[in-house]
Design a protein around this ligand. Structure first.
Ligand code: PEP
Ligand code: MG
Length: 762
């Protein structure tokens, strides 16, 4: 038999039907509403290659050196050609088509998905690609099945198996053929909280077919439901711009804009949530473990499309879950959830720096806005709440790097909260509640030891490769050397932005005053040491260090700050490359520090200049680099694209010989939309995904690709799934994200890349 019906499949059939089909069979058996379908078994694939006599040539073709990308591509192409170019025996073909005709009277649109059988392989997801073809009809069915078979030899799959020494002939692939649910709405559901494991069902929902939610290309609505009582605790309604639907004429899946009246409309009714929760409970009961379920609603019915165990639950989070982190306190305040995590503690209102030593371990710092001097206290704190600031403010950036939950831009925290009051801060949702609902010892750890600094040159730290291994490099942003170890542990491909503002500001004096008082060598040494910690932690992965870019108002509080110019609008003023070119001495001392690191062997360092407007700015910066003895031809260097002028005039910038450009979307957005990035009164207008911002980015990527210049993003938006989707589709070289977002960005990039491959073979 070439096919097996889903209702006859059980988890014990894993070896012949693959993980996906086995799970669907289990769900069907448990009486859950699974769309009907069948599976073309792994034996069918195996018999096909063997009887056609292509097996040996196939395995030989993919036996290549994984590091040789040309050989990898050639192996993949040959394997694809062999499989798709060979006829399926007539008897098998008929059996597949007969099965198809018996569902939906042969008129059905079906989904065709690969279901790999080597699920015990450590990187099982690479064993067979998650190929999915939607809205397939009889005419294409057998071809699509063959393409699923061929997906076993995608470049990525070949790479991984070769790397892991896993023989190609030991991996088989089955294919699931299942009636399409022409979904009006769909999404995912976690039957328990995906990080704490507590009894909360989290549902994400968007309009149309599920691809948009699964690939992370839209921001879905988010519903949190108490699994025991069924009470909807929070319903966060997102603006849903895109949806995937079946094109009525071609039957293909297409991306459409969500009609204006549905964009901000709540996707799920109470009745649908109730039904989903009931199904979620049954699925979890059936498996005995929390599940991550894909679901869809069509014609008023809720369907289960897939279920997998949740693997992200943190076992240590149990205390937090037991503490029931909400429900027993009122919302005192809301703001922007700037750094995820939930923590309780006593409020410590900090108005002056000399109050900092009153912050004890586990207190919640409440302040207008954090400053560099506060970092030691921020490390002790269980959470941070500020009156001012947006997602890219100092408080937000540093809290994320320290892993301390934070809420910014509450407008009134220092007035509404009282010293000593015990509160619970939810840094994901941006809410402050009265009372303690997280056990004190469950507070997130904030310790992160700096890199060992005993040695003088780089040591070959193992650079663990992140999984999934995306073609788009995924890097991480670092602003404080203390976060280097945490950042490196993400497995990111390197540091896409190392800010040195914090390093300089924490010297307590403006650069000019510091140099005057303590000497240039002390300044160079301080910078060298700070940057070295990060370069060391990541070696040999690249670290892109940026020259100083702090607005004058951030220098004012420091010694020497009274000598800073008074500006009406520091964001439009004397900052970035403007200040550096105007104060070449201090600028060259920064460059001198980087040169010392090159001399110590940290050739993984790359240099980036901020806030350039045009080719002239770039040429002048390059001259200073050459003047201190850093050869621009030998070292990797580039600039930030963060003003509309630099984006529109990108060709002139490229002509100056940059190796890369990196989008500073925090600034690019504020300058393009004229929205102060730190002003909470207009934070609802700060839209990094604004079509004009995206147009500028898209054009720059295109020009840079034509000129063979790498592109990257290091603004906050690089951590946003919709931006990742956009950039990967445009062909960006790398994405640099916040520490806590690296994993999600990798996953989104991976899904988008796979979808692109899928689209390219259509
Ligand atoms: C940006 O502008 O997006 C950026 C990364 O630089 P900064 O946030 O340091 O201005
Ligand atoms: Mg910037």
């Amino acid at each position: 038999m070439a096919v097996a019906w889903l209702e006859d499949v059980r988890s014990t059939d894993l070896g012949t039907v693959g993980g996906k089909a086995a799970s669907l069979g289990e769900l069907t058996e448990a009486g859950l509403p699974v769309p009907p379908g069948f599976v073309v078994t792994a034996d069918t694939y195996r018999t096909f290659i063997e009887e056609a006599g292509i097996d040996e040539e196939l395995f030989e073709a993919v036996d290549v050196d994984s590091e040789d990308s040309a050989a990898l591509a050639a192996g993949h192409e040959r394997a694809h050609e062999l499989i798709t170019g060979t006829d399926v025996p007539a008897s098998v073909r008929e059996e597949i088509l007969d099965a198809y005709r018996s569902i939906g009277d042969g008129e059905a649109f079906v989904a065709v998905r690969s279901s790999a059988t080597a699920e015990d392989l450590p990187d099982a997801s690479f064993a067979g690609q998650q190929e999915t073809f939607l809205n397939v009809t009889e005419d294409d069915l057998v071809e699509r099945v063959k393409e699923c078979w061929a997906s076993l030899f995608s470049q990525r799959a070949i790479y991984y198996r070769n790397k892991q020494g896993f023989p190609h002939d030991e991996v088989d692939i089955a294919v699931v053929v299942q009636t399409m649910v022409d979904a009006e709405k769909s999404g995912v559901m976690f039957t328990s909280h995906p990080s704490t494991g507590d009894p909360r069902i989290i549902i994400e929902a968007a309009w149309g077919l599920g691809e948009a939610v699964v690939s992370g290309s839209v921001s879905p609505d988010n519903y949190v439901v108490d699994r025991e009582t069924g009470e909807v605790e929070t319903a966060t309604i997102a603006t849903k711009k895109l949806m995937h639907v079946k094109d009525d004429e071609t039957g293909e899946t297409v991306e459409r804009e969500v009609p204006a009246d549905k964009r901000d409309q709540r996707v799920l009714t109470d009745a649908e949530i109730e039904r989903l929760v009931e199904l979620g409970r049954r699925v979890e009961d059936h498996y005995g473990d929390p599940q991550d379920v894909e679901w869809a609603v069509a014609g008023g019915e809720v369907y289960m499309l897939q279920s997998r165990p949740i693997t992200t639950i943190d076992d240590d989070a149990g205390d937090e879950a037991d503490a029931g982190d909400e429900g027993d306190g009122d919302h005192l305040l809301t703001g922007l959830g700037a750094s995820p995590g939930t923590a309780s503690g006593a409020v410590r209102i900090v108005t002056k720096l000399d109050h900092l030593d009153q912050v004890s371990d586990g207190d919640v710092i409440v302040t207008e806005m954090t400053m560099p001097d506060m970092v030691p206290a921020m490390k002790r704190a269980s959470a941070i709440v500020t009156d001012e600031g947006g997602m890219t403010s100092h408080a937000a950036i540093i809290s994320r790097e320290l892993g301390v939950p934070a809420i910014v831009g509450t407008g009134s925290a220092t007035r509404v909260l009282e010293d000593g009051q015990v509160i619970t801060v939810d840094g994901e949702r941006g809410t402050v509640r009265e009372g303690q609902s997280v056990a004190a010892d469950a507070a997130p750890t904030t310790e992160s030891a700096p890199a060992e600094s005993g040695s003088d040159g780089p040591s070959a730290a193992p650079a663990s490769k992140p999984t999934p291994n995306t073609a788009t490099e995924v890097k991480v942003n670092v602003s404080i050397p203390e976060a280097a170890e945490r950042a490196a542990a993400t497995g990111a491909d390197g540091v896409g932005l190392l800010r040195i503002e914090h390093l300089v500001l924490s010297l307590g004096k403006t650069p000019e005053r510091f140099i005057r008082d303590e000497g240039a060598d002390a300044y160079v040494t301080a910078l060298t040491e700070g940057v070295r910690k990060v370069a060391e932690e990541f070696y040999p992965r690249s670290v892109r260090v940026r020259t100083l870019d702090a607005p004058t108002d951030e220098f004012r509080q420091l010694e020497g700050g009274d000598e800073e110019p008074h500006e009406h609008n520091p964001m439009l003023g004397y900052r970035g490359i403007r200040r550096s070119l105007d104060r070449p001495d201090a600028f060259e001392y920064e460059l001198e520090a980087f040169k010392r690191l090159y001399e110590k062997g940290y050739e993984n360092l790359e240099i980036m200049f901020p806030l350039v407007n045009d080719g002239t700015d770039v040429a002048r910066a390059r001259e200073h680099m050459a003047a201190v003895g850093i050869d621009p031809e030998k070292r990797e260097w580039g600039v930030m694209v963060e003003t509309p002028a630099s984006a529109i005039g990108i060709d002139d910038i490229v002509d100056e010989g940059v190796d890369f450009v990196s989008f500073g979307t925090n600034d690019l957005t504020q300058y393009t939309l004229a929205v102060d990035r730190n002003n909470e009164h207009v934070s609802d207008r700060f839209d990094e995904l604004h079509p004009t911002v995206l147009d500028l980015i898209g054009e720059v990527i295109e020009s840079c690709r034509a000129a063979d210049v790498d592109t990257s993003i290091c603004g906050q938006a690089g951590s946003h799934p919709e931006m990742v989707d956009f950039l990967v589709r445009k062909g960006v070289t790398s994405i640099s994200a916040n520490i806590d977002a690296v994993g999600d960005v990798l996953e989104t990039a991976d899904k988008v890349e796979r979808r692109l491959i899928l689209e390219s073979v259509r």
